[in-house]
Design a binder for this molecule. Structure first.
Ligand code: ZN
Length: 451
């Protein structure tokens, strides 16, 4: 297959009249300043697809169902109760239906790979399924059906609070001990074995859910693959960690774990200057989920300072309350504007494009966190490619970085035209090719869940 692009965003920026030759799912040649050859598929604006480094796919099914005020004030913790209630009824078929919809929507918005932070392991009564990885199979089936790249992150969850507190009833479907987790991890590796370039990392859920000994045991199981952990998302979590250990979550983690470039610190919202510097020094990626963090009222990560220190970051759709790659980057910048009463705070310097700097950073950090390196339109890279609707009047008069700024700040998912994953066109005219079947099954799953 060959794509001819009027403008394409290559590793060193925009080029005109670009041919991308794709063989066996990878880019085998990049030619610039050339005419289209006979048989080339022509597109006007072409970019590499964005990694989505943090998702809980099943939560797409409860989007909009936790927006009604409860008694006595709502927070992350009351949202979590609503989520536990939703989880109580989900079976493998329901998970497959919801994940397939979420992944189709991700591709339609420009995400081409997902880090699935997967913690829903057991049957509704908390017992293991006969096939311990049946829920991982449901995720793998959704990835296979939609074509999205998958970095599977099976979650280790053993406790309900710091210091090894016993798990709660609402958490029974998530719980494993270290040996049980190893069995699950091995079965998960088998579950994704047939998926092109899929990878399995590990995810100790949080410092609330794993003791120091368990954290060390789980991180060792990664064997070089990514290690993801939720950390310092909420002020009550920071306070509880200090009360338990005398240290803040990130402080404690850096004292007790060998955090390096294979780690992804999801959220890291409540971070001090010294903790921030430890993250930058470690080479770990911070997994920012701006839409979910806003939806849950988590707080604001100090991105302006972190960017100035060349910290590594990527973005994730987390709770999937909204799925839109451009919107995650937009809200990341807007949070800083609201906090600091300034503009273009994440542009990386005078004269630089904010959109281009955000996109470049999220490509590199997201790729690192998902264990597959940066997505790029370069020889040897996976052909994970996005084209935008250049004929939309919105793009009139735009070229170069103004395209990225316009997509991110003025348009979003509705401006995505086609998306290729591993060289296969999965989205055409903004719609996933399997959308009809995915929608039908999703509606049926919701009817039975809410019957
Ligand atoms: Zn999460």
């Amino acid at each position: 297959m060959a794509l001819w692009c009027e403008q394409a965003w290559l590793t060193d920026g925009w080029h005109s009249h670009v041919r991308l030759i794709v063989e066996n799912g990878r880019i085998s040649a990049v030619e610039t300043g050339v005419s289209a050859a006979h048989g080339d598929e022509r597109h006007a604006i072409v970019l590499p697809g964005l990694p989505n480094l943090h998702s809980h796919a099943f939560q797409r099914g409860m989007a909009g169902l936790a927006e009604r005020a409860g008694q006595g004030g709502d927070s992350f913790w009351t949202w979590r109760e609503a989520m536990y209630h939703f989880v109580d009824r989900l079976d493998p078929e329901g998970l497959h239906a919801i994940a397939a919809l979420a992944y189709a929507e991700m591709l339609e918005s420009g995400f081409t790979r997902v880090g699935e932070f997967h913690y829903l392991h057991h049957d509704v009564d908390g017992q293991r399924y006969d096939d311990v990885a049946v829920m991982a199979h449901a995720i793998a089936a959704a990835a296979a059906e939609t074509g999205i790249g998958l970095t599977m992150l099976p979650v280790f969850y053993a406790h309900s609070g710091f210091g090894g507190a016993a798990p709660k009833h609402g958490q029974r479907r998530f719980i494993n001990d270290v040996n049980g987790f190893l069995t699950l991890l091995e079965a998960t590796r088998e579950a994704i074995a047939g998926l092109y370039d899929a990878i399995v990392g590990v995810a100790p859920h949080s410092l609330r859910a794993a003791t120091a000994e368990e954290l060390a045991a789980i991180a060792a199981m990664a064997a070089g693959a990514p290690v993801h952990i939720h950390i310092a998302e909420q002020i009550p979590e920071v306070d509880a960690c200090v009360a338990w250990s005398g240290a803040r979550p990130l402080e404690w983690l850096f004292d007790h774990a060998d955090v390096g470039p294979d780690w992804c610190l999801v959220h890291a919202t409540h971070v001090t200057e010294s903790e921030r510097r430890a993250i930058v020094g470690s080479g770990a990626v911070v997994g920012l989920c701006p839409i979910t963090e806003a939806n849950l009222g988590d707080g604001l990560f100090p991105a302006r300072e972190f960017f100035a220190e060349s910290g590594r970051f990527g973005v994730g759709s987390d709770s999937n309350v909204e799925i839109d790659a451009a919107a995650e980057l937009r809200l990341l910048e807007y949070g800083q504007r609201l906090a600091h009463r300034g503009r273009n705070l994440l542009a990386g310097g005078a004269g630089q494009s904010t959109g281009a700097n955000l996109y470049r950073g999220a490509l590199a950090g997201g790729g690192q966190a998902l264990g597959r390196g940066s997505t790029s339109l370069a020889v040897g890279a996976a052909a994970d490619i996005v084209s935008l609707k250049a004929d939309d009047p919105f793009f009139a008069g735009r070229s170069g970085d103004a395209i990225l700024d316009s997509w991110i700040f003025g348009g979003g998912a509705r401006l995505v035209d086609c998306v290729w994953r591993h060289g296969i066109k999965q989205v055409e005219s903004g719609r996933h090719i399997a959308r009809d079947a995915i929608d039908t099954r999703y509606r049926a799953a919701m009817r039975s869940l809410f019957a």
